[in-house]
Design a protein. Structure first.
Length: 287
């Protein structure tokens, strides 16, 4: 199947004819949504190939209406467990968390693995990421498990500033960092972020799990898909699709466990923490 995925999809709700040929059953489908960043995508592809989870995995790359990405996927010899599809855009479709949610949900529907993980095109995983998540899921019996992360600037240097990177105002960012420090999520002198999802009823809860930290049962994602409704309040609060997923899991009282291992290498510079330049000329938080 290397490099053979070649479908063009009018929109994320359309049927997808993915790579032809017989597919081998695997434990995990890794989903990467990508647009206009082929060099970063190449890094993410290499990071995924370093994984060796029991039961194997496939890597499903969804190219979001991008000719450069399409050319990269079409023109290089890809590993046999990589398949891809090109998702076209209809009138009015633009970049943003709503679009990302719809593409993630489409990828879940066309996958067949019992477990789904998400690797954004600008991030990487440590080699034991998937294996440690599967071990956690099998040990606990939970359908939702996650890792923790190390945070980096786009140039690869550790993020050590005492500021919450998702808050634009410096005083507010300092206050949120202090709150997260008091809750044991961050600490001075380290780029490790101890993300977690506190259950309902927890005083001053931490509700912070990045999409790239999750391993989720496909059956769970079919029942609780990513929400694609975003408004002005979400834009002001920088609420993304991973935030809404976390809220839905808490509301449903879904049992969640954590490996305690910072196996996601999270790079700043995406739309949720970029306050200085346009992330994408088509971007809209609310569309």
């Amino acid at each position: 199947m290397a490099g053979t995925g070649n479908s063009a999809v009018a929109g994320p709700g359309s049927a997808a004819s993915v790579a032809p040929g017989r597919r081998t059953a695997v434990a995990v489908t890794v989903v990467t949504i990508t647009r206009t960043r082929p060099a970063l995508l190449a890094r993410a592809l290499a990071s995924a190939q370093a994984q060796s989870p029991p039961g194997g995995f496939e890597h499903l790359v969804v190219a979001d209406d991008c000719d450069d990405t399409h050319a990269l996927l079409r023109g290089r010899e890809l590993p046999g467990n990589v398949r891809w599809l090109l998702a076209g855009r209809g009138p009015g479709e633009v970049s943003g968390p709503g679009r990302s949610s719809r593409l993630r949900n489409m990828a879940v529907r066309v996958s067949e693995s019992p477990w789904i993980a998400f690797l954004d095109d600008d991030n990487e995983w440590e080699p034991d990421h998937l294996a440690s998540l599967l071990a956690c899921a099998r040990r606990t019996g939970h359908r939702a498990v996650h890792s923790q992360l190390r945070m980096f600037h786009p140039d690869g240097t550790p993020y050590l500033e005492p500021l919450d990177p998702w808050t634009a105002d410096e005083d507010a960012a300092r206050a949120e960092y202090a709150r997260m420090r008091a809750r044991g999520v961050v600490a001075p002198g380290t780029c490790v972020r101890r993300d977690r999802l506190d259950p309902l009823g927890t005083p001053d809860p931490v509700v912070s799990v990045d999409t790239g930290e999750w391993l989720l049962a496909r059956e769970l994602l079919l029942r609780l898909p990513f929400r694609d409704d975003f408004d002005a309040a979400d834009e002001a609060a920088r609420t993304g699709e991973d935030d809404k997923l976390a809220a839905d899991l808490r509301r449903a009282r879904e049992p969640v466990s954590c490996t305690g291992l910072p196996t996601l290498r999270y790079y700043l510079g995406g739309y949720s923490n970029n306050f200085t330049s346009a992330f994408d000329p088509t971007f809209s938080w609310r569309a």
